[in-house]
Design a protein. Structure first.
Length: 307
């Protein structure tokens, strides 16, 4: 047919984008008080763009929630404040320090101590305080094996706990959104995306990111197979390597006491994509130290209410 050449091909990114927008609209329509978890990481930044496409020119039908460990990369917090301010949306910050001060959790000390594992209580308390019945996040199935068990809508019981055996089937992308009093849902619009999909979408949409996602100079040391940033919150201990200055970047953003860097010269989105096409490890495999606390560390925390 003569007009075929002018019809754009349906790309993988277009299909993933349409699916994610559908999930966002479904959650907004079916739940009374949804909230979008925003860490200023690459996945939640993609979620913001998808929310813009789903709901603009109106305001988002949900606020943004950041569970703040207090041990963050300065660049990420600065970016969070700037990007949310530019959007003009509501940001709720739930602080792990407040949970510690209230005696809700006890801070871990010593080798391997981190506030990252304390986030579950802070998150559950924030959801209960504000009455949120659906929390939207950027988790993807390719990140880690317990993530691969997740549905797009992941149901939690009245204690905020996750049971992978009690999840509902999602046939033909049909979602059962009925929850009883006290129950809630975690919604994952990016479930079927890969890390490469996220970066290719960032490239296509020309999205800004915190600078730590790109190669930069930082003082670091090695702890086991992880490269950690030297900071007032985490110091080299006996058994760690000496502190050196290296060119590194981060594949994932989190609590700096457990988030590892990788050695890299990738300074642009295109260079990151090229690097990822040759990568042999998933982003969490060597960049989240607390995921390696045990063979089922992340799944155990998810059962307790972690996102």
């Amino acid at each position: 047919m003569s007009g075929e050449a002018s019809i754009p091909a349906v790309t993988r990114l277009s299909v993933l984008e349409a699916e994610a927008i559908h999930v966002l609209r479904e959650v907004a329509a079916e739940f009374e008080r949804p909230v979008l978890l925003f860490s200023a990481g690459k996945d939640s930044i993609v979620l913001l763009r998808l929310a813009e496409k789903a709901f603009r020119p109106g305001r988002f039908p949900f606020p943004l929630l950041h569970v703040d460990t207090g041990h963050n990369f300065d660049e990420v917090i600065e970016f969070r404040n700037r990007i949310v301010g530019g959007l003009g949306e509501e940001l709720v910050v739930a602080k792990v320090q407040d949970s510690i001060d209230a005696g809700r959790v006890v801070e871990e000390r010593g080798d391997g101590g981190s506030r990252n594992r304390l986030q579950s209580v802070t998150l559950l308390d924030a959801l209960a305080e504000h009455g949120y019945d659906a929390a939207i996040g950027g988790a993807r199935r390719d990140e880690e094996r317990s993530r691969a068990k997740e549905r797009v809508l992941s149901f939690r019981d009245e204690y905020g706990q996750w049971d992978p055996r009690a999840q509902r089937p999602e046939l033909w992308a049909l979602y059962n959104t009925v929850v009883r009093r006290g129950e809630s849902v975690r919604a994952f619009p990016l479930s079927n995306w890969t890390e490469l999909d996220v970066w290719r979408y960032i490239e296509r949409e020309e999205l800004a990111l915190p600078s730590i996602y790109f190669s930069h100079t930082r003082q670091v040391f090695e702890r086991g197979r992880h490269i950690l940033a030297a900071s007032p919150h985490v110091r080299a201990e006996p058994g760690d390597s000496t502190i050196t200055t290296e060119r590194v970047r981060y594949r994932t953003v989190g609590d700096l006491t457990v988030t590892g860097a990788i050695r890299s010269e990738a300074a642009t989105v295109a260079e990151v994509i090229d690097e990822l096409e040759r990568a042999r490890w998933t982003e969490r495999a060597r960049t989240r130290a607390d995921d390696n606390f045990s063979s089922a560390a992340l799944e155990d925390r998810k059962r307790e209410g972690y996102f």
